[in-house]
Design a protein around this ligand. Structure first.
Ligand code: X2X
Length: 348
């Protein structure tokens, strides 16, 4: 090849290189979807749904409408089957989500950490987990599992309720039929307590409580009041704080990489901000000197039982074998780090 044709080939080569770059950039901007589908289990009457709504609004404002997320509560994008939510996000059936670690535990076994009974103990303990090294590690694991995690939120401490009798000791749970959530650790925990657990979705739980097919359930008090569980026969509530249920704000991988770096920054910052606001809403009436949520539940004609430390200890001892079995499943090292973080927590 002479010098001239060499130069020509070179020019053609760089044009060929440059062309896709230009096309990609143009296509990039066009690849923003008109709507990003955001999944949650419960809607805006609940702190969880409000936390999603806050995120949606912040992102819409700050991207001048470039990123328009729409809330699909009741996990409607997957017909209410909340245990399939994580897979659906990974596959792109869901674009974005604010999800409970419980519902994603079937796919990400380390998330069962938060369902270890009596691990977190109180809000300070939960913060020590999510806001510290353990939280970072968990988000890395979620990322490795195939979605982009951005921030923490909170469903709340899960309290046990039923239609039959006051629960003060494990013996009071004997033979009671409970609806439990979608990770098998809950079956183990309720079985260890002598109860009779059945796993079902939140959508199925409410009719099952109404008909008496199950007699009890466990959920945070904000879920109790917003879903009006007292109208489904739930007359007894025991505050045992056995499991803290955090939420994680996430985005599907392909959706994330379709956004410009500047827009990603906006979405991440908005998730952190929305998460903080959501946690405050989820703790309203349940922390510090403001215990008004308990009064609110009592005003519904419900008997609320608060357990002392010695009473909680009885439940903790009864479920110890479950804790040990699941520690092995989750990873002993991670559980040890979590225990140390909780032990070192600063009081709220
Ligand atoms: O199903 C439940 O109990 C709920 C709404 O709390 C979750 O999605 C974990």
């Amino acid at each position: 090849m002479d010098r001239r044709s060499l130069l020509k080939a070179g020019a053609a080569g760089s044009a060929a290189l440059a062309a896709p770059f230009v096309v990609t950039r143009a296509a990039h901007a066009q690849h923003y979807k008109a709507e990003y589908r955001l999944s949650t289990v419960v809607g805006t009457a609940f702190p969880w749904g409000k936390g999603a709504e806050i995120w949606i609004n912040l992102v819409r404002e700050r991207t001048q409408g470039r990123i328009n997320m729409k809330l699909y509560p009741n996990v409607s994008l997957i017909n209410g089957d909340q245990t399939r939510e994580f897979s659906a996000i990974r596959q792109g059936v869901i674009d974005v989500a604010v999800g409970s670690t419980i519902n994603w535990s079937p796919q990400v076994r380390e998330l069962n950490l938060f369902s270890l009974p009596f691990l977190a103990r109180d809000h300070a303990g939960l913060d020590a987990l999510t806001q510290g090294e353990v939280g970072k590690r968990i988000l890395q694991i979620v990322e490795k599992a195939g979605v982009v995690p951005l921030a923490w939120g909170e469903n709340g401490f899960r309290e046990v309720t039923n239609s039959k009798r006051e629960i003060r000791t494990p013996a009071d749970m004997k033979g009671l039929k409970f609806r439990v959530v979608g990770s098998p650790i809950f079956n183990d925990t309720f079985t260890a307590l002598g109860a009779n657990p059945t796993q079902m979705s939140w959508a199925d739980a409410q009719p099952a409580l109404a008909s008496g097919a199950v007699e009890g359930q466990e959920n945070p008090l904000h879920i109790f009041t917003a879903a009006k569980l007292h109208t489904l026969g739930q007359k007894y509530v025991t505050l045992w704080d056995y499991v803290a249920d955090p939420l994680i704000y996430v985005v599907n991988n392909d959706v994330w990489s379709s956004w410009t770096p500047a827009d990603r920054d906006i979405v991440r910052a908005a998730a952190i901000e929305a998460g903080k606001q959501e946690v405050a809403i989820a703790r309203k009436g349940l922390s510090g000197s403001d215990r008004s949520m308990i009064k609110e539940v009592e005003a519904l004609g419900v008997k609320v039982t608060e357990l002392g430390a010695a009473e909680k200890k009885q439940f903790e001892q009864a479920v110890r074998p479950v804790y040990e079995k699941w520690t092995r499943q989750i990873g002993t090292d991670l559980v040890k780090r979590a225990e140390a973080a909780v032990a070192a927590r600063k009081p709220a």
